[in-house]
Design a protein around this ligand. Structure first.
Ligand code: X6L
Ligand code: MG
Ligand code: MG
Length: 171
């Protein structure tokens, strides 16, 4: 018998700004639900967002999903990278346009700092395009550093344009 691992609650950030953005997000979720090692438990709405980082690129659609999984952080990273590849992600310019981006935002309450794998995702605290869909799923979320999601959002202000699109469901 293989060793049993604990099941962790994990939040993934999804983003797309190339091709059929809604279909890219839906395909990503469909692949996740087809994985035996993953249970999809929540899906946020869809947010249209101004690009952050490299600004001369199309607007993004962003969303957050919550999953329960026994995969290790490294195995989960391999899985999301495989999904990005399947959905046609090409590594071109840094912070440039992509068909799909899947980021591991939070993994249980853990803090992980390994080469190529930082959890919580290092830029989670200054991105409204991540924080707003996260809050939609879990309005009482607290981060591993003990801060409540509202504290983080209040500290950030409103500088990044983020708009929730009504009537658009990913599942
Ligand atoms: C200074 C320098 C300030 C760089 C910010 C921010 C870099 C975010 C990269 C930054 C900086 C990123 C998305 C995006 C990207 C997305 C929206 C990134 C990676 N991904 N903008 N920009 N949604 N709205 O998913 O997040 S590139
Ligand atoms: Mg990424
Ligand atoms: Mg990202």
């Amino acid at each position: 018998m293989a060793e049993k691992r604990e099941i962790k609650r994990v939040y993934l950030g999804l983003g797309s700004n190339l091709g059929d953005r809604v279909e890219n997000l839906r395909s990503c979720i469909r692949i996740l639900t087809s994985c035996k090692s993953v249970r999809l438990s929540e899906v946020s709405g869809v947010y249209q967002t101004d690009p952050v980082g490299y600004k001369r690129q199309p607007q993004f659609l962003n969303a957050v999903v919550r999953i329960e999984t026994a995969l290790t952080p490294k195995d989960l990273l391999s899985l999301v990278q495989k999904i990005e590849k399947t959905l046609g992600r090409k590594r071109t310019i840094r912070w440039g346009p992509r068909t799909i981006d899947v980021d591991i935002l939070l993994y249980g309450g853990e803090e992980i700092d390994e080469p190529g794998l930082m959890i919580p995702h290092p830029r989670i605290y200054d991105r409204r395009f991540v924080l707003l869909p996260l809050k939609e799923i879990d309005p009482d979320l607290t981060f591993p550093d003990g801060r409540h999601i509202d504290e983080v959002l209040d500290a950030l202000g409103k500088q990044q344009f983020v708009e929730r699109l009504d009537g658009l469901s990913l599942v």
